[in-house]
Design a protein around this ligand. Structure first.
Ligand code: SF4
Ligand code: FES
Length: 251
């Protein structure tokens, strides 16, 4: 696959006093392959990688595709790799990085365009059978609104996909369900949300489940929300290895 490099200058006639050079992964549907483009971006003390990508969109190339929403590490949409490390763009200061900064989409998910990946392959890994609202959240007489499942999340996980990107096992085998889905399963077991815990543990016990993990802990290092997926996978393994009844484990 041929990678072309094209430099795009963003400095005005007078030129910014402080700039960082961004080497950005580019790919559009129909392209023969990805390439990298470089952009010189003026930065200030609190400029983030997300600010820099938006500056490129506004001042140089509006076709640069990125995902973002909250700008404060809550929505999980702005995950990318910066200089090979998984980060959220909105809370990654440029000041902490070098003179030339490489920005690429997260790994182990299909690239749709530029820095945008297809998250359907991430959500498809989650177990199908699990409750989405805890019993304690239901008020007497309350009725769960139709379609609520679309909106409810596991508390700590922001579903950014950074753990999956950092996982060396997911890089070689896309059947592995991966750290986020297993962490979600362990949390359900831990919190006893009325799920069929035996079925959930049986799902985690499948060949593509907890036993596929090599305990490298890259997922835990990459996670911006302290979910610590690797530790959760080890907890599930312990339950399965001891053969404890799920309901006893969860009490
Ligand atoms: S476990 Fe952490 S890294 Fe993985 S999707 Fe959730 S928040 Fe992101
Ligand atoms: S924009 Fe929401 S986490 Fe970065």
């Amino acid at each position: 696959m041929r990678i072309e490099t094209d430099q795009r200058s963003s400095a005005g006639a007078e030129g910014p006093t402080r700039t960082r050079r961004f080497r950005v992964f580019r790919y559009k549907r129909g392209d023969r392959g990805p390439r990298y483009e470089t952009f010189d971006v003026p930065v200030e003390a609190r400029t983030t990688v997300l600010d820099a990508m938006r500056w490129i969109q506004l001042h140089v190339d509006p076709s640069l595709a990125i995902r973002h929403s909250c700008s404060h590490a809550s929505c999980g949409t702005c995950g990318v790799r910066v200089d090979g490390r998984e980060v959220l763009m909105c809370v990654t200061p440029v000041e902490d990085l070098g003179r030339e900064i490489t920005v690429e989409p997260v790994a182990n998910l299909p690239v749709l365009t530029d820095l945008v990946v297809d998250m359907r392959a991430f959500y498809a890994r989650y177990p199908d059978e699990h409750p989405l609202v805890r019993e304690s959240e239901l008020l007497p007489g309350a009725k769960t609104p139709e379609g609520i499942a679309t909106y409810v999340r596991y508390e700590d996980c922001i579903e950014c996909g950074l753990c999956l990107s950092a996982c060396p096992i997911a890089a070689t085998d896309d059947r592995y369900v991966g750290p986020a889905a297993l962490a979600a399963a362990e949390r359900i077991v831990e919190e006893r949300r009325g799920a069929d815990l035996a079925a959930l543990l049986a799902w985690a016990d499948e060949p593509d489940g907890v036993w596929r993990c090599h305990a490298i802990f890259e997922c835990t290092r990459a996670c911006p929300s302290d979910v610590r997926p690797a530790e959760r996978i080890m907890t599930l393994r312990g339950m399965l290895a001891r053969g404890h009844a799920p309901m006893e484990e969860a009490r």
